[in-house]
Write a protein that binds this ligand. Structure first.
Ligand code: ADP
Ligand code: MG
Length: 716
């Protein structure tokens, strides 16, 4: 380490200590590459060892110039015969080299004196770059070069993903020493590996050594498509780590306690659950009955339920939630329902009050409302109801989980559109049963974005899943049409037609990511246009910046059927339920994501009337749609099945975006690909319980190695 030649060591230590007592290592300032390593998360030896090359360069061979063709990337060994700086067409260093078979010009537009020195006439060089066989003979632009000599490497040279502050050679050395130092001992016992033959072809250490430095005879295709046994081993290890960590959290949860919510069966007295069933204007579908039973089964146990209730838009999840709430309340406990937007929470509140309040009133209980934009007085009153327990059910937005909200005895939390909430919010809910008993409330998470099977088996392996796979009867399928923006007039005519039949229409305005202000101006303009084009029709406008009271007023008019057309930004995306609406127009549909389009479409087709969804799209100057936009719109036109949509969405977007909030901060699979690695996933699912039961030490080592401190995120 460099030391200052001026001050004596003792004095220096004293001043440093006085100036910065908390930084004893201040003199060991990190270098830019060290900082870059940390920023890239390459801190532990194992992280470095798992930092795999993007591609490889073959420096194991020397190519004769005669055999190098235009466009080949080659390594040559040649002697400098001429070296000069020319000024035209611009300043450059031009070096001519020759081997026994031919000659080549090396051109450098930026160079240092040290380069010139190495490239002096007479020097024998090893040069690597792309050959250009132009009119002026062979050339290489800015090739890599060094003095020849030394053995040729026997393995391919790895090229790692990196950043500007971290030069390839530095990173290569860091990875290499990480690879040497990391503990790569076998964690998967032989019997567990039994299932799949090719997994035994390679252990972690040899797989990694190979992938960092493959021998030149390897099939580059097998490296690229990750089908090589070394890759298979790596992917299997990763999937196993994920399954282990999820299974572990599932088992940890099984050790937790929750209130056992048993339905009351008193003779001659109908339970709240039964009373609610009796007042509903419809009979449950078979699928609803099945999931209700699954939920009731969980609630009756003294272990916290963590269940995901998935069902397509309009499949009737709300009533299932209400029935679960009834069981909870009947058992003498409180229930909370949280929704991501105020509009949606409000709508649930309306529905639940309608269904439950008449049944609660005789018991001296009620439904309370909590939201951010609430008047102080109302809020204080609501908080008091929640704390005293008089509010048997609390409905609201994120406000429900805030610090100040004290429940008397919360036993069940219902989370609508769970993907809109993060890990922290679920954790907060879990700590809301604060009665000193160490128990946690049950969680029921609802989602209208069905999770494809492979995702459910991997990322959601710690949750139980209930699926409503059937829509209530009497729905007519929604007809989806793709219409070019140039035919807007026809769409407006169609709106007029629907209104004349007493129906209502949604018009959703485009999402302009860069600017909320633009979104708004667009919606305002459309609102004005439609108002002009549809005289005598009440056209409303809804956007997220409106004051809550105004939003509510607009929504009420639309819900009551007094407003014919509702122009809105995407605030109506989730959950809004107005069965009389029969036409959904989505402007600039090409800008929306697939699951969002499906959600929006699900706002219509909720009653018996034939419904339609018009996807208005605009093309670019050359009259075309982007590739993924076209795929999305095609998927929308081809299917109305939420599960199929989810599957295609996963295909188009990959799991990263699909998972959204659940994965914020949590590790995604880096190596395995759920679309292709189902065999490995199945193996990992079977291996995980065996590992945990029979080889707990190895299991812990394995998870720690792969997930480090990140496994906690998976547990919420
Ligand atoms: P989602 O699953 O999208 O949340 P909702 O719970 O909002 O769906 O239900 C959609 C509509 O279907 C609501 O109007 C609801 O009252 C109605 N509904 C729910 N279950 C049934 C059923 N079994 N029969 C008829 N209508 C139902
Ligand atoms: Mg819903």
């Amino acid at each position: 380490m460099a030391t200052s030649p001026t001050a004596p060591a003792k004095a220096r230590a004293k001043t440093a200590g006085a100036a910065a007592p908390a930084t004893p290592g201040a003199s060991r300032e990190l270098s830019p590459p060290q900082k870059a390593l940390i920023k890239m998360g390459l801190t532990r030896d194992i992280d470095l060892a798992l930092h795999l090359p993007l591609r490889y360069e073959d420096e194991t061979r020397i190519t004769l110039l005669r055999n190098a063709r235009d466009g080949d990337t080659v390594q040559i060994e040649a002697t400098v015969v001429k070296s000069e700086i020319t000024l035209r067409p611009r300043r450059q260093l031009v070096v001519t080299v020759e081997d026994e078979s031919g000659s080549c010009e090396l051109r450098f537009f930026s160079f240092y004196p040290s380069h010139q020195k190495t490239l002096a006439v007479g020097a024998l060089l090893r040069v690597r770059g792309e050959i250009k066989g132009g009119f002026w003979g062979r050339q290489m632009l800015h090739p890599a070069f060094r003095l020849a000599g030394g053995e040729l490497p026997t393995a391919l040279t790895p090229i790692y993903p990196t950043v500007a502050q971290l030069p390839q050679p530095y990173l290569r050395r860091a990875v290499q020493s990480g690879l040497m130092r990391a503990d790569l001992s076998e964690t998967i016992p032989a019997p567990v590996l039994q299932g799949i033959d090719f997994l035994r072809l390679s252990d972690l250490r040899s797989a990694l050594s190979f992938l960092h430095h493959p021998t030149p005879d390897v099939s580059l295709a097998a490296l690229e498509d990750h089908s090589h046994p070394a890759w298979q081993r790596l992917k299997a290890e990763e999937l196993l780590a994920q399954q282990l960590s999820q299974l572990e959290s599932k088992r940890e949860r099984a050790r937790l306690r929750a209130p056992a919510l048993k339905p009351l069966h008193q003779r001659g007295v109908l339970s709240l659950h039964e009373q609610l069933l009796a007042v509903l204007p419809f009979a449950l579908t078979a699928a609803q009955r099945r999931v209700c039973e699954e939920i009731a089964g969980d609630l009756a146990r003294g272990v916290p339920m963590h269940r995901l209730l998935q069902g397509d838009v309009g499949s009737g999840k709300t009533v299932v939630a209400a029935l679960a709430a009834a069981i909870c309340i009947d058992a003498g406990w409180q229930c909370a329902l949280m929704a991501p937007t105020e509009i949606l929470a409000e709508q649930h509140f309306g529905k639940l009050v309608g269904w439950l309040e008449p049944l609660l009133a005789p018991l001296g209980k009620q439904v309370a409302w909590l939201a951010g934009a609430q008047k102080k007085k109302e809020r204080t009153a609501a908080l008091a109801l929640v704390e005293s327990g008089e509010a048997a059910l609390v409905v609201g937005t994120h406000a429900v989980i805030q610090e100040q909200v004290k429940f008397k005895n919360l036993a069940l939390a219902l989370i609508d559109e769970q993907h809109r909430f993060g890990v922290a919010q679920r954790l907060a809910l879990r700590s809301k049963l604060d009665d000193g008993s160490g128990r946690e409330p049950h969680l029921l998470m609802m989602s209208a974005t069905p999770i494809p099977r492979t995702l459910a088996m991997s990322y959601y392996a710690d949750l139980d899943v209930s699926t409503i796979d059937e829509l209530p009867p009497g729905r007519t399928p929604i007809v989806t049409k793709l219409v070019s923006d140039s035919r807007r007039d026809e769409v407006v005519a169609r709106i007029a037609d629907q209104i004349a039949q007493g129906r209502q229409v949604y018009w959703v305005c485009p999402l302009i990511e860069e600017s909320e202000a633009l979104d708004l101006s667009n919606a305002t303009a459309t609102h004005a246009d439609l108002s002009d084009a549809l005289p005598g029709v009440l056209v409303g406008l809804l956007h997220s910046r409106m004051p809550t009271a105004e939003k509510k007023a607009v929504m009420d008019l639309f819900t009551r059927g007094e407003m014919g057309v509702l122009v809105s930004t995407t605030v109506i995306e989730v959950g809004v339920d107005v069965p009389n609406a029969s036409l959904m127009v989505i402007e600039h549909a090409e800008r929306f994501g697939l699951s969002q389009l499906h959600q929006l479409r699900g706002r219509v087709g909720r009653g018996a009337a034939a419904s339609a969804c018009v996807l208005l799209y605009a093309t670019n100057e050359s009259g075309r749609l982007g590739e993924t936009a076209r795929e999305r719109l095609r998927a929308m036109a081809e299917t109305a099945d939420g599960f199929e949509i989810a599957r295609r969405d996963l295909e188009i977007r990959g799991p990263g975006e699909f998972l959204g909030a659940r994965q914020s901060g949590a590790p995604l699979l880096r190596f395995a690909d759920l679309a292709t690695d189902t065999v490995l996933l199945d193996w990992a699912r079977e291996a995980a319980p065996v590992m945990l039961d029979q080889y707990p030490v190895q299991a812990r080592l394995h998870v720690g190695r792969w997930l480090g401190g990140k496994s906690e995120y998976l547990k919420a």
